[in-house]
Design a protein around this ligand. Structure first.
Ligand SMILES: Cc1cc2nc3c(=O)[nH]c(=O)nc-3n(C[C@H](O)[C@H](O)[C@H](O)COP(=O)(O)OP(=O)(O)OC[C@H]3O[C@@H](n4cnc5c(N)ncnc54)[C@H](O)[C@@H]3O)c2cc1C
Length: 357
């Protein structure tokens, strides 16, 4: 067996995507994981709905992973705020793509990618062997700087009448941003709010929870008729000061962990993996310091812009003041009225800075 040039720690979607991409480019790679292809994996969370952008679809297509997935397409996104006028609707046509995004469960995505790795004979190890480059894709960076949003995401699946179709909703409620993502005829709910309110709603009976959800969201997606078990995830921002070290690179959540408000974390992580693979595919020495500096420079603008937009959405939209609400209404009304702005906004969220005209 050719000795690995690149060792990747962590078989989350970003580590798996990078391993599949490098294998396809002929770069010897080993993936370090305690998970095994084909062996049941205990879910870290009962449900983590993931909205993949059209750009992520293109990446997954190129590494041969798209056709094994069965996601629910998002044809339109409706953005509104509770208790104030102004809303905007962004359709796939605004961005010139067949769908604005695709929703699937994190575990289904991870299991499919692991299965592909096994099928392609990519080496799996429990501990990282010596390699020219060690890529960190462990999915967390406890030592990285950041902030605690003092919010938790309340996550569950709900059934509506009528059943969900192709529209995703983002509503800025008094509690915090609330996303409804269409998933197999139901909606995955990701609702950010203060921890004590999240604890209250997680422990409430189904009827009380549905009533609270209906009061915050209204009836634009139909009537809420059933909810699964709810669970809570603390929300933090973590950003590593540097995404490279000596013969080391950091990708995905290990480089930056974002608030899930705009569904950007994994999309950004897949772009990290894609850009790193492009630099490594022809490299004689994957751990070369100049190459790693180029990787850091290539990722800087996309990462910083996505982190800022996400942080702004997470914070600015929870303000309760009349001025805040008026500014948000004006922004949404302007966006709704102006189709070039809608197109720019949609493409920026889908493709990263390459969408900047
Ligand atoms: C509620 C919620 C909703 C979200 N919604 C979206 C969304 O709609 N769109 C989006 O793009 N993003 C979303 N995200 C963010 C997304 O889940 C993450 O950005 C993404 O999972 C990061 O992938 P990753 O591979 O970097 O890390 P992870 O998914 O965390 O995977 C890392 C893997 O490495 C393993 N590992 C850790 N340490 C080691 C070790 N020492 N050795 C071996 N293996 C190790 C872990 O067990 C794990 O399997 C959401 C997040 C949350 C919490």
């Amino acid at each position: 067996m050719t000795p690995a040039k690149v060792a990747i720690i962590g078989a989350g979607p970003v580590g798996c995507a990078l391993a599949l991409d490098l294998e396809r480019c002929g770069v010897p790679v080993v993936l370090c994981t305690r998970r095994r292809p084909g062996v049941g994996v205990p879910a870290a969370l009962p449900l983590r709905p993931i909205a993949l952008s059209h750009a992520s679809r293109l990446i997954l297509e190129r590494i041969g992973a798209w056709n094994v997935l069965e996601p629910t397409p998002i044809r339109a996104i409706h953005v509104s705020q509770a208790g104030a006028f102004g809303c905007t609707r962004i359709a796939a046509e605004d961005a010139g793509v067949p769908a604005l995004g695709y929703v699937l469960d994190y575990d289904a995505l991870s299991a499919a990618l692991l299965e592909l790795l096994g099928g392609r004979g990519i080496a799996i190890a429990e501990e990282p062997p010596s390699a020219a480059l060690l890529v960190h894709a462990e999915g967390s960076a406890p030592e990285a700087g950041g902030k605690d949003y003092r919010q938790e995401a309340l996550v569950t699946l709900v059934r509506t009448d009528p059943a969900s179709s192709g529209t995703a909703y983002e509503r800025f409620t008094r509690e915090g941003p609330l996303a409804l993502l269409p998933l197999d005829g139901r909606y995955a709910v990701v609702w950010a709010m203060a921890p004590d309110r999240a604890a209250e709603l997680a422990g409430a009976n189904e009827r009380s929870f549905l009533a609270a959800l209906g009061a915050a969201f209204g009836e634009r997606a139909g009537a809420f008729v059933a909810a699964d078990e709810r669970f809570r995830i603390p929300l933090t921002l973590r950003v590593r000061a540097s995404r490279t070290g000596v013969r080391e690179a950091y990708v995905g959540n290990t480089a930056q962990m974002l608030h899930p408000v705009a569904g950007q974390g994994l999309n950004l992580g897949l772009r990290d993996a894609w850009d790193l693979a492009r630099l490594l595919q022809d490299a004689r020495d994957p751990g070369d310091a100049q190459l790693l500096a180029r990787f850091a420079a290539t990722r800087r603008l996309d990462a910083m812009a996505t982190i800022r937009v996400t942080d702004l959405l997470a914070g600015a939209f929870t303000g309760d003041s009349v001025l805040h609400a008026a500014a948000r209404s004006a922004a949404m009304t302007a966006l709704d009225a102006c189709s070039p702005a809608r197109r720019f906004f949609a493409r920026r969220m889908i493709f990263g800075p390459s969408a900047i005209p």
